[in-house]
Design a protein. Structure first.
Ligand SMILES: [Zn+2]
Length: 153
């Protein structure tokens, strides 16, 4: 009996599409065999969150769109920033808040926050939990309570 997808609570999950959350708990350290070497030990856990094909497709599309936007911003923003410095002078306006160099990073931050809100709102309307909320899964929450922390594998 396949589990129901945790993200839409509607479709049957597909085991090959499960979302993964990697956690680990620090268990202490000991001296290694070589002098001065310290070996830290961790208890590792991977939570597999049931997800269906449809939700995985939606999540993958968002990941791809975000990546493309990040690459464009990562190229365009520094060019504009350096260009502003060169052509407008160090501060284009004496008040830092109005200067192009101070304003551009603020605009980029506003873009990221707005994108996150718009994306999450769009998904909630579709009845799909955003992939970024997988940390709210009860199995993950239990491990966090037990002293585990997120880490990227
Ligand atoms: Zn689903």
């Amino acid at each position: 009996m396949p589990e129901i997808c945790w993200f839409c609570k509607k479709n049957e999950s597909d085991t090959s599409k499960y979302a993964k959350v990697f956690l680990r708990k620090y268990m202490g350290q000991r001296a290694g065999n070589l002098g001065g070497q310290v070996i830290k030990s961790y208890l590792q856990r991977t939570v597999f969150i049931p997800r269906c094909k449809e939700c995985e497709k939606i999540h993958a599309k968002i990941r791809k769109n975000n990546l493309i936007a990040n690459i464009i911003i990562g190229i365009v923003a520094p060019i504009l920033w350096i260009g502003g410095m060169v052509f407008l002078g160090h501060f284009s306006d004496p008040t830092p808040i109005c200067s192009f160099e101070a304003g551009l990073p603020v605009l980029v931050i506003i873009f990221f926050i707005t994108r996150k809100l718009v994306t999450e709102n769009h998904l909630y309307k579709l009845g799909v939990i955003p992939e970024s909320r997988k940390k709210d899964n009860p199995n993950v929450v239990d491990l966090i309570k037990a002293g585990f922390a997120f880490y990227s594998n």
